[in-house]
Design a protein around this ligand. Structure first.
Ligand SMILES: CC(C)(COP(=O)(O)OP(=O)(O)OC[C@H]1O[C@@H](n2cnc3c(N)ncnc32)[C@H](O)[C@@H]1OP(=O)(O)O)[C@@H](O)C(=O)NCCC(=O)NCCS
Length: 168
């Protein structure tokens, strides 16, 4: 089955999107467009080209930062002390409609999100992609791709240097 990944726009059909987490469903239906409009996040959707623009999955990316004290201790010495916050990229949300689970869409969306983040980091500095898993399942999904826990925050990160290795 073919699919397209593009910026969220008004003709994407998301009213029946159900990923198994109602907060993420509601986000896509009610808030994502507003976040895009306000430049709080960029939202990318993967659609089913056969059944006219139905959203199969989506993710959001934003500029972000983490406080120096939350950076793993072995990394802290790499950065000048003048950086009180360290620039990162936030993969804010990622979800796939439940009827498409287990078909590889989640993995493909994640890899694409990492690629976009890597390209952006060559223009605007970012040391890592950070996620804030919504539940234990989400955490396990990200851990299975090599994300590591950030101390004391519940967030996970994947270093941009590691991501770069996927694409060079
Ligand atoms: C997590 C989610 C995005 C995975 O999407 P998916 O399309 O079913 O995943 P894929 O079919 O691409 O699976 C990719 C890989 O991740 C693994 N995986 C999927 N869900 C997993 C989970 N909960 N825990 C651990 N690994 C998981 C798969 O086994 C697969 O590994 P493989 O390539 O070695 O076989 C989807 O289940 C979802 O939308 N869940 C609800 C929302 C959510 O939790 N989002 C996470 C971030 S907020």
């Amino acid at each position: 089955m073919g699919f397209l990944t593009e910026n969220l726009h008004a003709s994407h059909v998301r009213s029946d999107f159900q990923c198994g987490n109602s907060l993420l469903d509601q986000y896509l239906m009610l808030q994502a467009s507003q976040d895009v409009k306000k430049r709080l996040a960029a939202c990318f959707v993967c659609t089913d080209v056969v059944s006219s623009n139905k959203v199969i999955g989506f993710y959001t990316l934003s500029n972000s930062s983490i406080s120096r004290e939350f950076v793993p201790i072995e990394w802290q010495n790499k950065y000048p002390k003048s950086y009180h916050t360290i620039p990162t990229t936030l993969l804010g949300r990622l979800a796939v409609d439940a009827s498409f689970h287990g078909k590889g869409f989640g993995g493909k969306l994640l890899i694409e999100a990492l690629y976009r983040s890597y390209l952006a980091s060559k223009k605007i500095g970012s040391i890592a992609v950070v996620v804030d898993p919504i539940d234990v399942n989400a955490e396990e999904f990200y851990l299975s791709y090599g994300f590591q826990k950030l101390p004391d925050s519940g967030k996970l990160f994947l270093a941009m240097k590691t991501i770069e290795q996927l694409f060079v």
